[in-house]
Design a protein around this ligand. Structure first.
Ligand SMILES: Nc1ncnc2c1ncn2[C@@H]1O[C@H](COP(=O)(O)OP(=O)(O)OP(=O)(O)O)[C@@H](O)[C@H]1O
Ligand SMILES: [Mg+2]
Length: 492
């Protein structure tokens, strides 16, 4: 907006024009003057003044006519009518036709300046109001455009989107959400979430978010089932401008096909492993029979070959058992025979059996535990867990060192630790070693045979016992696996 106020003085009397010019210029106004109505109209067109001082009585075109034209073409410019004594009626008439105010000649300086300033202020405020309005209209347009863009993006997404307010009412959703949640009717927003999501766990997650239990940048990831659809749901809080949680947003990804594929893969592995096991067991048995000399005596070379055949069959059987375990874990868990179990003796037994192997690799293997509470567990599976962890600790410690197996009571849990001084696991791989078939590439352990199934089985078993497994590792210093298993609580 311009700073100097432009005033146009229209009067046939030179003395009035010059007087006005002098007074107003010294007060910072920019003043132009016109001695006739015709000239005034041309100048208004050209300079668009902010205020017009208009004499009514002029030869040629009258002030009233100038006023009329100005009101018609420039209705926003305030026109102050200049009148002589005794022509008040005409001035009032002009006010009715839209003049802003009038002043009488000869001017009272104070009154004159006050009137001009008021008119200038009116013009300034009107301009400001118009700018605000224009900005407002533009902002509203931008907002609507943004909203429409967002709606189009959300509607085109293959993932379901659900936004709720604080009252758990859906305020924004897309067609994919209705498809994933198997909703056939249209959803009129706002609609209560309770009637839409069939899985209680999502509802509980949203309630947790609204009660502030999740940090502002945090998310809750869940797997939910809705009729025949399985979806991965990620929910997060929506923060208002002052940081308060004002609602939630949930994105649902349909993973039904992926789940089905995974199930088919597990079924396939299961089937192949089963079919392989019987012939391999037969091969092993036949070799054993031969080694024991039951099919005639063998010379040393034949004995050596047969023993190697048995060893190969054993490692193949180990792999087959691992595959079967994984497949069983995935199809709802290994059947468990959980009984009150003392962990200590199992640790002793596993370590005793592993000792020759540790010795071969130059590793000192030791076991320590104090008086431990019992856990509700399947002893064979605990054996499997310890076996896998200690085997790993030995296999991935190429330079010997120590492997310590300890157990202690930690609150309502038993804490089991298997610690080695081996090659360690790089930080970025730690989260991956529990994945099926995942093996860390390390030139120092390249010769270690394995399928990458051991830890995924260990994790599956520990979780089936409502326990947790974690690990800490430092490259070339060693790795410690920690398992927490809940102890049996005494009934009061
Ligand atoms: N104690 C350890 N120290 C260093 N790396 C380890 C340790 N335990 C496991 N790893 C790494 O994690 C990977 C996965 O271990 P996991 O026991 O699942 O499979 P694996 O030992 O390769 O094969 P298997 O299925 O025969 O046990 C290993 O290949 C190894 O790279
Ligand atoms: Mg292993």
């Amino acid at each position: 907006m311009q700073d100097t106020v432009k005033v146009l003085v229209v009067d046939d009397e030179k003395v009035v024009r010059e007087g006005c010019q002098r007074v107003l210029c010294t007060r910072g106004f920019e003043v132009n003057a016109a001695e006739s109505g015709e000239k005034a109209l041309a100048m208004i067109q050209e300079t668009t003044p902010d205020v017009i001082l208009l004499d009514l009585k002029m030869p040629g075109m009258s002030g009233e006519e100038v006023l009329e034209q100005t009101r018609k073409n420039f209705p926003d410019i305030p026109v102050i009518v200049i009148t002589g004594h005794g022509t008040i009626d005409t001035a009032v008439e002009c006010m009715k036709k839209g003049a802003y105010d009038f002043i009488t000649k000869p001017f009272q300086m104070d009154e004159f300046l006050l009137t001009v300033n008021r008119a200038a202020e009116k013009r300034r405020l009107e301009r400001k109001a118009r700018l605000f309005e224009e900005e407002n209209v533009k902002n509203l347009y931008d907002l609507r455009l943004e909203k429409s863009r967002l709606k189009t993006i959300i509607n085109c997404m293959a993932n379901g989107v659900m936004v709720t307010n604080r009252n758990l009412e859906v305020v924004l959703h897309n067609p994919a959400l209705l498809r994933i949640l198997n909703i056939t009717k249209e959803l009129n927003e706002p609609a209560s979430v309770t009637g839409i999501v069939c899985d209680e766990s999502i509802l509980n997650a949203l309630k947790d978010i609204l009660s502030g239990k999740i940090p502002s940048m945090g998310t809750i990831a869940q797997e939910i089932s809705c009729h025949k659809t399985v979806a991965r749901a990620i929910s997060a809080p929506v923060a208002g401008p002052d940081g308060d949680v004002v609602g939630t947003v949930t994105v649902l990804e349909d993973i039904t096909a992926f789940k089905e594929l995974d199930r088919m893969k597990s079924d396939f592995i299961n089937m192949v492993a089963h079919e392989l096991r019987s012939p391999v067991v037969s091969i092993r048995q036949l070799n054993s029979v031969m080694l024991e000399g039951l099919a005639g005596s063998l010379n040393e070379k034949q004995k050596d070959f047969t023993a190697r055949g048995i060893a190969k069959a054993d490692s193949l059987l180990e792999l087959i058992n691992d595959l079967l375990n994984v497949a069983r874990l995935e199809s709802g868990g290994i059947p468990q025979h959980r009984v009150p179990t003392k962990i200590g003796p199992i640790m002793d037994e596993v370590v005793r059996l592993m000792e020759p192997r540790a010795k071969d690799s130059g590793i000192r293997l030791s076991v320590h535990y104090s008086d431990l509470k019992e856990v509700s567990a399947d002893p064979a599976q605990i054996d499997e867990v310890l076996n896998n962890l200690i085997t790993n600790a030995i296999n991935y410690s190429p330079d010997g060192g120590e492997v310590t197996v300890t157990a202690s009571t930690a609150g309502e849990h038993i804490e089991i630790k298997v610690k080695d001084q081996g090659v360690g696991i790089p930080k970025e791989e730690i989260s991956r070693v529990f994945e099926k078939f995942y093996r860390v590439k390390n030139p120092r352990t390249r010769k270690v045979m394995g399928t990458g199934l051991g830890l995924s089985i260990v994790k599956g078993i520990v979780e089936a016992h409502h326990g947790t497994i974690s690990l800490e590792s430092e490259m070339d210093k060693g790795t410690t696996f920690t398992i927490l298993l809940p102890t049996i609580q005494e009934q009061i």
